[in-house]
Design a protein around this ligand. Structure first.
Ligand SMILES: NC(=O)c1ccc[n+]([C@@H]2O[C@H](COP(=O)([O-])OP(=O)(O)OC[C@H]3O[C@@H](n4cnc5c(N)ncnc54)[C@H](OP(=O)(O)O)[C@@H]3O)[C@@H](O)[C@H]2O)c1
Length: 329
């Protein structure tokens, strides 16, 4: 199942693969299994591989380079950049500010190409809008890279409707990557109408709300990684949201699919201009997620889901306050 990414963009797989978790974001990862997962995605024509230069500080790109070796043309590489690291206590590195400075982007892209062992990136995206740099300057630098053939398409991530409009005056924006799922629907009011008006495709990330919508996370003890800091998975919110997951599981049984498949199918049913990148480091989950394309949700199904699980029903924000404040709104 392929979809066009943006009105004038490329044809890509509607279900791609988010590779972030392969570099430690959600616990340990087995390199062999991770590489095999990417290879399986490509074998099955699910070509969108989403990464960032800051996932594992370059580790994720190096991992992908191993998996795509000899088959670069089968992959559509979606690479994000601009999230800086900053030294923390005891030599640890933590997320710092973002940079959309033209010099930073021009430099970062060459490191990415080197790690990915390729001479072009399909879709290059500043991970966040840099509040200190006019978005026109950031996109101007990307336009220059596109003109030189180093990147093929330009993306934005977590940008506001206003920033998207300004960016689109400088160069065609092919896609907006942003969190979108049954539980993260705040983009529907302003951002979705804006990208639709401008012919920009949507790359919906975290369609499983970081694994929670799969129903496999049963107790707070199941989470031993960055998710423990997320309000949705803390205290009372955890248990309230678990009840919602039970509802999703019941709906899934009726549709003869899994909760994850229902959640992914719901995202894809919100428009032909949407693709999604569920994250997984395991072949069995990848295959389950890919099979979501066979789940057909009728208008009646969608209406029922809407009644049972309307926008805003989830308890807790999708990021801790510090990260919420860093979003461009
Ligand atoms: N632009 C941005 O700011 C931004 C932010 C976050 C993420 N992203 C991108 O979006 C991608 C997806 O987001 P995400 O990984 O945060 O969240 P997600 O796709 O909602 O969920 C990923 C989590 O769900 C689990 N999972 C996946 N399929 C499953 C299944 N069928 N059954 C049970 N569990 C399953 C994964 O575990 P296993 O690995 O064990 O399968 C992982 O822990 C990332 O990989 C990254 O590329 C972008």
């Amino acid at each position: 199942m392929n979809r066009k990414l943006g009105t004038n963009g490329p044809l890509v797989s509607a279900i791609g693969l988010g590779c972030m978790g392969m570099s430690g974001a959600y616990g340990e990862s087995d390199e062999k299994e991770a590489i095999a997962t990417i290879e399986r995605a490509l074998e099955q024509g699910h070509n969108v591989l989403d990464t960032a230069d800051y996932y594992g500080a370059g580790h994720n790109e190096e991992l992908i380079s191993k998996a795509i070796s000899g088959k670069r043309d089968k992959a559509f590489l979606s690479v994000k950049t601009g999230q800086l690291y900053t030294p923390g206590p005891n030599g640890a590195m933590g997320p710092g500010p973002v940079s959309g400075h033209p010099n930073y982007l021009r430099n970062a892209v060459f490191y990415s190409l080197r790690r990915l062992k390729t001479d072009y990136i399909d879709l290059y995206t500043p991970a966040r809008v840099d509040p200190a740099i006019p978005i026109e300057e950031t996109v101007g630098a990307l336009a220059d890279l596109a003109q030189k053939g180093v990147i093929r398409y330009i993306g934005l991530s977590e940008a506001s409707a206003d920033s998207i409009r300004k960016a689109a005056t400088v160069h065609a924006i092919t896609a907006l990557q942003i969190e979108y799922s049954l539980w993260s629907r705040d983009i529907e009011a302003q951002i979705m109408p804006t990208i639709r008006e401008l012919g920009i495709g949507l790359v919906a990330y975290a369609p499983l709300s970081r694994g929670f919508l799969s129903g496999e996370i049963r107790t707070p003890d199941d989470l031993k990684d960055s998710r423990v800091n997320m309000p949705r998975y803390q205290g009372e919110n955890f248990y309230k949201n678990l009840e919602l997951v039970e509802t999703i599981k019941r709906l899934a049984i009726e549709k003869s699919c899994t909760a994850s498949q229902l959640a992914i199918a719901w995202v894809l049913a919100q428009g032909d201009d949407i693709i999604t990148i569920p994250g997984s480091k395991r072949i069995n989950h990848l295959e389950e997620n890919i099979a979501s394309k066979n789940v057909k949700l009728t208008q009646v199904d969608l209406q029922r889901i809407e009644e049972i699980m309307p926008a805003g029903v989830v308890s807790g924000t999708r990021y801790p306050e510090r990260y919420m404040n860093a979003l461009n709104r």
